[in-house]
Design a protein around this ligand. Structure first.
Ligand code: UDP
Length: 416
């Protein structure tokens, strides 16, 4: 594994005006108890996807409050990511027979990476890619080990879960986004913590609407015409083809509507290019459908701008761990129409802060409602932003992390 350089600096004091004095003071008290502790986060990629997004912001913030926080990503051959993507798909419900050779490679990578572990009081291993590290750690009892699962395991393919479960259970505790995601056969201390977004990251920080429209115009999208937007890896579970179907239904009624789909090609997602090609094909050369990736220069600032310049954010997932993009849209005051799955349901109260949908037809109908009614858009936007402020800002994650790393709290889950 190798360390991810932490270049950003964050100051907790800046967040006081967003979260209020009481929560700010609570964090300062917790930080005192956690000061000087070391924490190591490990995941599969430094770029692309929700986990990297969280760690980019959380690790600098932990450092600001006195925790000696580090972030490392696994070193692995491409074949490992093919396997872990299959495991990811199986945990979301796809049938999969892992061969002995695949299991062996999965564990070999864990063994090799575990040999490079650095000392820490708490190690947080994220997702299946990092689940077996503790098993191969030289001195696993030196640290408290916590596994954080960002995936919805409700419909997990049991044989694959059986393969992973012993490794999960070796940890002192595991963290899940929602109680429903926890497998009933898991014997372990369980913590429930939903992911969060950083209101001051380049992706989420305030941006004047004129600046956002200027960015959008540079990509030849017309900010004067309505925009539907989905920001997601190109992946079957994010249903990019279904998004295009929904857009087509909207287009029948609102001729000037445009669809923008932004999807980074994450390092650990081998399916990305193939699914981008399929999506392009499905769009069939429609000049009002725009597909962008990080390779087109659409990065955090551009995602921020597109989200702000859109009338409706769509997240038509068929399965979802949490769906950070939903919180990102809501925080920016854009109503979100999203699949009624996974962690999306704790972010959107249907009909209040957005709409939950189960088909392209429904997605189109609710998007039309919003396009036709600016007052409805405004009402939902306000409710959505407040819900994110209360529950899904990074300061909430910081609180949970400080509670994990503070020695007194550790005793309660690590049994020492
Ligand atoms: N993202 C991005 N560019 C893209 C696609 C995604 O910056 O082209 C970001 C997105 O804004 C969000 C994260 O990647 O912060 C995706 O997290 P989410 O939880 O929605 O989905 P995941 O990819 O983890 O399944």
């Amino acid at each position: 594994m190798h360390a991810v350089p932490i270049t950003a600096t964050k100051r907790l004091a800046d967040y006081a005006k967003v979260i209020g004095d009481e929560r700010y003071e609570e964090l300062r008290t917790l930080a005192k108890a956690a000061k000087g502790r070391t924490m190591l986060h490990i995941n599969a990629t430094a770029y692309g996807g929700g986990v990297a997004e969280i760690l980019q912001n959380l690790v600098p913030l932990l450092r600001d409050v006195g925790v000696d926080a580090h972030w490392a990503v696994l070193d692995a051959p491409a074949a490992f990511y093919d396997i872990t993507k299959k495991i990811h798909n199986a945990l979301q419900g796809m049938k999969l027979d892992l061969s002995d050779a695949e299991k062996k490679l999965f564990l070999d990578v864990a063994r090799e990476n575990a040999a490079q572990l650095t000392d820490a009081d708490v190690v947080l291993a994220h997702d299946p890619q990092a689940v077996a590290l503790r098993h191969f750690a030289k001195d696993p009892k030196r640290a408290s080990w916590v596994w954080r699962c960002h995936i919805d395991l409700t419909a997990a393919h049991q044989p694959v879960w059986e393969f992973l479960r012993p490794f999960v259970e070796e940890h002192d505790a595991s963290i899940w986004t929602m109680p429903q995601f926890v497998r009933p056969d898991l014997k372990q201390k369980v913590l429930i913590q939903a992911p969060t977004i950083d209101p001051f990251s380049v992706k989420n920080q305030d941006m004047p609407i004129d600046e956002a429209r200027e960015v959008v115009r540079k990509f030849r999208v017309d900010p004067a015409r309505p925009i539907l937007l989905q920001v997601s890896r190109f992946d079957p579970w994010k249903d990019p083809l279904g998004v295009i179907d929904a857009y087509r239904l909207v287009k029948k009624e609102v001729r000037e509507v445009q669809l923008v789909m932004i999807g980074s090609l994450a390092d650990d997602d081998p399916e990305g290019q193939e699914y981008l090609d399929r999506t392009k094909e499905h769009a069939g050369g429609d000049p009002d459908v725009f597909l962008f990736t990080n390779l087109d220069g659409v990065k955090d600032r551009e995602v921020n701008a597109f989200q702000r310049a859109s009338e409706v954010v769509i997240q038509k997932s068929l399965r979802e761990g949490f769906g950070l993009v939903v919180a990102e849209g809501l925080w920016k005051g854009i109503p979100v129409v999203a699949g009624k799955v996974g962690g999306i349901v704790i972010q959107i109260e249907d009909g209040v802060s957005g709409y939950l949908v189960t088909s392209s037809e429904e997605c189109a109908a609710r998007s039309l409602d919003l396009l036709r009614d600016p007052a409805l858009r405004k009402r939902m936007a306000q409710a959505g932003r407040e819900h994110v402020r209360q529950n899904f800002l990074i300061t909430r994650d910081l609180r949970d992390q400080l509670q994990l790393v503070a020695p007194v709290a550790r005793a309660s889950y690590a049994g020492r």
